[in-house]
Design a binder for this molecule. Structure first.
Ligand code: ZN
Length: 412
């Protein structure tokens, strides 16, 4: 990939910086190697670039993504995947698999080998398994599911080589609490997913350590009203009021009605909501018809906010067509959130969930940054101090605004 590494220091001058406190401040940001070393006025040293008053925000973090552009996680070249994510504002992603067990094992090993244990891809923070431990397939297939067994768990852990970060589990499956406890003990975030579990089963999963909810509202059952005048509470209601879990939201306005997004927003603090794309192959591409890999059929994208739809399954949804940058923009334009709050659920909350030293702009944090203009066009993506994306407009205009960042050799 064509990432440029920054040796030494870089100072972004004249920036509108979103600070960790949540305030915007007109100042400079200095980067030394992979970290932010100073924030303030009149910083100097090393390369200095005037960003012309543009926003400097924490890089976007996507905890749940299956594909982007022409890449799908199970068949992709992860370098190309990461390059496209960078061009859409992501500085950290967790590629997510929904595939049969043997395919998962094979792809984990392949990705590890091709990326030298991810050391070549700074944006990829590990992998996520949406199958095999879910009770309902959603857009997936029955053959992707397996009963929970320690043997299967250990086989996946071994194939993942310490790079599994998130693991989806339906609480109603036999052995779910034991496996959640086991995985949580290994530092893996367990996520309640694709479920018809009772509130009691889900509370047991949270007690066992489950800390995340996979695309809240999507592939969750509503409770049945069995007696006139008696309104039952369902699993979604429990999760909305359970402070121990972070709830993912797909912010395209199609997967979840804007009214439900607002409901979640009012129940959970921004520390308990994480924007995810749940994107599929085709995200970031123009409307059109695209072919999925592994014989999974054709999909149609009509609009960025209309999802990726399976042609041979009644145009049913198969993930979203969002990129991380689309998600941030939607939170502002579709759901009316401030840029500061939008940034929190796109960066800080997911960073804290994964225990990353990222997600906010502060001294000592990873230099994972994006630069956006007033219209939220992406101008620059910096991951761990390396420029991994620069807008074409900047490359061609070569003005004083960020046009001449040093190109000091390609990353490996
Ligand atoms: Zn998914």
């Amino acid at each position: 990939m064509s990432a440029r590494k920054l040796d030494g220091s870089l100072v972004l001058r004249n920036a509108n910086v979103l600070l960790g406190s949540g305030e915007f401040r007109e100042c400079d940001v200095r980067i030394d190697g992979p970290v932010i070393s100073a924030i303030g006025e009149g910083l100097g040293g090393g390369e200095e670039r005037d960003v012309g008053g543009c926003y400097v925000l924490p890089g976007l973090i996507d905890l749940h993504t299956h594909g982007i552009g022409y890449q799908a996680v199970e068949v992709c070249d992860l370098s190309a995947y990461a390059e496209m994510e960078a061009a859409r504002g992501a500085t950290s992603v967790v590629p997510t698999m929904f595939a049969p067990l043997d395919e998962i094992l094979r792809q984990l090993k392949r990705h590890r080998a091709e990326t030298a244990e991810l050391s070549r891809l700074k944006q990829v923070r590990g992998f996520r398994l949406e199958s095999p431990y879910v009770a309902n397939t959603g857009a997936g297939r029955r053959q992707d599911l397996e009963p929970i067994s320690r043997e299967t768990t250990d086989a996946i852990l071994e194939a993942g080589g310490g790079h599994i970060r998130i693991w989806d589990i339906s609480p109603e499956l036999p052995r779910a609490p034991e496996e959640i406890r086991y995985l949580t003990g290994k530092g893996i975030v367990c996520s309640i997913a694709h479920t018809k579990a009772t509130i009691e089963q889900s509370r047991a999963a949270v007690d066992a350590g489950a800390a995340l909810v996979t695309h809240l509202f999507d592939v969750f059952e509503l409770p049945e009203q069995t007696e006139s005048g008696v309104i039952p509470a369902g699993l979604v209601d429990y999760l909305l009021t359970e402070d121990r879990v972070v709830c993912e939201i797909i912010p395209d306005g199609t997967h979840v009605s804007p009214i439900l997004v607002e409901e979640a927003w009012r129940c959970k603090s921004p520390e308990r909501i994480a924007m995810v794309t749940d994107s599929n192959l085709g995200a970031g591409l123009p409307p059109g018809r695209y072919t999925l890999a592994r014989g999974l059929g054709e999909v149609i994208i009509r609009d960025v906010n209309d999802g990726v739809r399976l042609v041979d399954r009644g145009m049913g949804l198969a993930g979203s067509a969002l990129t991380p940058l689309d998600g941030l923009r939607n939170l502002v334009r579709l759901f009316g959130k401030s840029l500061e709050l939008a940034s929190r659920v796109c960066s800080r909350t997911p960073a804290r969930l994964l225990g990353l030293n990222a997600g906010e702009i502060a001294e000592g944090r990873d230099a994972d940054l994006i630069v956006l203009d007033e219209q939220l066009h992406l101008l620059l993506t910096i991951t761990r101090g390396a420029v991994v994306f620069r807008a074409e407009s900047l490359k061609s205009t070569q003005t004083e605004v960020l046009a001449c960042l040093p190109e000091q050799g390609k990353s490996t």
